[in-house]
Design a protein around this ligand. Structure first.
Ligand code: SF4
Length: 395
């Protein structure tokens, strides 16, 4: 059952209609009781399902959540709520979590657009229902330091660095705009967590929505090799653990350091990924900006007459905390959770060596090509620091 009986006060009703992810939003359905199976099968919920599908497809095409969904804005509160539940159910039942994370980023950005324009009281109430204690004070709000850090760490804009905050008595004082941005992050975290779905329901959703899930997979970019790279297709299955972890971090909509962003773009370019594939790798980033990312990827890949910047060596990646050879316990796939013995071979010095080695070539000491030494750790996709100002060595 996803809804229960009970009246809901009018002000709470409008809050739930705007923020269907808040606990208790099921009360929007009033006396109606809707089961998961009804939501999936009952013709009475055709419209909610159609809008739910539209929400999913909009997120795939527009991870910045900037496109208006007319059918969503015109729908009643209960239909919006059910469409939200259906979208979440679809993506929690899908074959990979990547689409759910991408949807979480897009939906969180959509909610952010509203949060920037609402009265402080509404910000405080949404935060409270998400488990954050935002307190208003004379036009500002403050948040416990520990909660601030939990939300601000994935945000790369410089203005969120702790050193730039007004901190006192264990709380951080914020203007409304920053508070809204932090709440966007809280919403993203909430939505990126898959809803537990029993196996029978997963099967039912996959049967009923096979076409949509295929469409989502089709529209989710797959890695493509650029034309003119001699004799090779792109082989993501040969990527080393560090690069796979960088990709997962971005797909999850989490922060990846400058050094990681740089290394990922440089690596993808050197193994032959085309420009669009490299840009797509950053779409899940919490601060993704299409034009800045394009500019920065171009900067990295067009260096040295199109050869691109060198990929940092393993020692450099390790010093930046980017090596993942011990395994990533939080990774969804077993292969990513396990230690990779190849990476402990003393002859392995460079992620490109790993790639070639996995592809069947012998690993030789120093196989990394001349010039495969990093001269920059600037990475794509930040709004506040152009790549040209960050092309400085970190070694
Ligand atoms: S040892 Fe090198 S290739 Fe392997 S995960 Fe670490 S940095 Fe990457």
């Amino acid at each position: 059952m996803i809804a229960r009986r009970g009246a809901v006060p009018i002000e709470e009703r409008s809050l739930f209609a705007e923020y269907p992810f808040l606990a208790g939003a099921g009360a929007l359905l009033g006396d109606e009781t809707v089961s998961v199976r009804q939501l999936i099968l009952d013709p009475a919920y055709d419209r909610a399902r159609a809008i739910g599908r539209a929400r999913v497809l909009a997120a795939v095409d527009d991870p910045r959540g900037s496109r208006d969904l007319t059918e969503l804005t015109e729908a009643s509160g209960d239909v919006r709520f059910l469409s939200f539940l259906y979208a979440r159910l679809l993506l929690s039942s899908g074959p990979t979590p990547a689409a759910l994370r991408r949807w979480a980023v897009a939906e969180a950005k959509r909610f952010h657009a509203r949060l920037t324009n609402v009265p402080v009281d509404e910000l405080v109430e949404v935060a409270r229902r998400l488990g954050y204690s935002l307190d208003p004070h004379d036009g500002t709000v403050d948040l416990p330091l520990v909660q601030y850090l939990a939300l601000a760490v994935p945000i790369r804009e410089g203005e969120f660095r702790l050193a730039q905050q007004a901190v006192g008595h264990g709380r951080v004082t914020l203007g409304r705009v920053r508070a809204a941005r932090l709440l966007q992050e809280a919403v993203r975290l909430e939505l990126a967590t898959p809803t537990p779905v029993v196996a029978d329901v997963v099967r039912l959703v996959r049967e009923r929505e096979a076409e949509l899930l295929d469409e989502v997979a089709r529209r989710t970019p797959v890695p493509v090799a650029r034309s003119g790279v001699p004799g090779q297709a792109l082989h993501p299955e040969w990527f080393p653990p560090c690069v796979r972890k960088m990709q997962r971090t971005l797909e999850a909509g989490e922060n990846l350091s400058h050094a990681g962003r740089f290394a990922l773009a440089a690596f993808l370019h050197r193994v032959g990924a085309d420009f669009e594939t490299i840009v797509d790798a950053y779409r899940g980033a919490p601060d993704f900006d299409e034009s800045i990312t394009r500019y920065q990827v171009e900067h990295i890949t067009q260096h040295d007459g199109g050869r691109g910047y060198a990929v940092p060596e393993c020692d450099t990646l390790r010093s930046h905390g980017l090596c993942a050879r011990d395994g990533d316990p939080g990774a969804p796939r077993e292969v990513d959770r396990l230690r990779d013995d190849r990476c402990f071979d003393p002859k392995l010095r460079h992620p490109l060596q790993y790639y070639r080695w996995k592809g069947g070539r012998e690993v030789e000491r120093g196989e990394a090509e001349p010039g495969d030494r990093a001269t920059s750790t600037a990475g794509p996709s930040t709004r506040d620091e152009p790549a040209r100002s960050r092309s400085t060595g970190s070694r």
